[in-house]
Ligand binder design. Structure first.
Ligand SMILES: O=C(O)C(=O)[C@@H](O)CO
Ligand SMILES: [Mg+2]
Length: 262
């Protein structure tokens, strides 16, 4: 069995540096892959150069998210009244993903918009995911669906891992799959080892952080030694995105890789 592969989320890690300098910092800390949600302020060519210069692989980009505190802060994929904008933004995300050689676009689902029923938002969500899946066909870029916890994202459209799997299955295109975020899963679902047993097969991507504070593994309530052993035993061979806020400096907090991961 090969070692687990961790990538650095450059929104969360290496924030001691300006964004474009985080690539070199991640490579210097031993990462060979990165992910970040928001490539849009930068030219794709500039980002690609940073990847190539530092020998890094791009794992994912997100569809755009609105400003914190707005209804759109967790994406608009489920917004029935913003379909043309969703489509434009998705196509832009797909262009970035292709230009960066990324594996995935994360279709950030969104919190059910004010004045809209959950059922109506859910129907739009599934329709938008299906449309995006058709657009991505043949590009080599696959699409991710993530359930988020209700504490951080009240009203988020996907509430459980099983629901995310069900939507991916409905699309039935092979290019839509689950982003299993251990942080969200622990907060709302728990029973992590059982959950990993049922939900890891077929998951396209994994992200990690330790609740309740969303710091690095080993700082909170999750037994990451067991979680990493279970991921390894499952045969999962994709990337594991480090999507956490370092408790006291990114590099100072990286010891968990040797201490907890096989
Ligand atoms: O917050 C998370 O978890 C994410 O994966 C974000 O990129 C999307 O909300
Ligand atoms: Mg996540």
């Amino acid at each position: 069995m090969s070692a687990l592969r961790f990538d650095a989320n450059l929104k969360w890690l290496f924030t001691e540096h300006e964004f474009l300098d985080r690539f070199a910092a991640a490579a210097a800390a031993g990462f060979t892959g990165v992910e970040f949600p928001d490539p849009y302020p930068y030219e794709a060519g500039e980002l690609r150069k940073r990847l190539d210069d530092n020998g890094l692989h791009q794992v994912l980009v997100n569809t755009p998210m609105g400003a914190k505190g707005t209804p759109e802060q967790q994406g608009i994929t489920c917004f029935p009244d913003l379909v043309p904008r969703f489509r434009d933004e998705f196509l832009s995300a797909l262009d970035y993903a292709v230009a960066l050689g990324a594996d995935f676009v994360h279709l950030v689902g969104g919190m059910v918009p004010p004045g809209t029923s959950r059922d109506r938002a859910f129907a739009r969500y599934v329709a938008n995911v299906a449309w995006a899946s058709e657009q991505a066909a043949g590009t080599g870029v696959r699409l991710l669906l993530e359930a988020q916890n209700k504490r951080d994202a009240p009203g988020f459209i996907l509430e459980t891992q099983a629901q995310a799997h069900a939507v991916a299955e409905v699309c039935d295109a092979g290019n839509v799959g689950v982003l299993l975020d251990v942080y969200h899963a622990q907060i709302d679902e728990g029973d992590l080892l059982t959950l990993l047993g049922t939900e890891l097969p077929g998951a396209f991507h994994v992200q990690i952080a330790d609740p309740p504070s969303r710091h690095e593994p080993g700082t909170g309530e999750v037994n990451f030694k067991s979680v990493f052993a279970a991921i390894k035993a499952s045969g999962y061979d994709g990337w594991i995105g480090c999507e956490y806020a370092p408790a006291a400096g990114t590099v100072a907090g990286l010891g968990w890789r040797e201490e907890l991961a096989p």
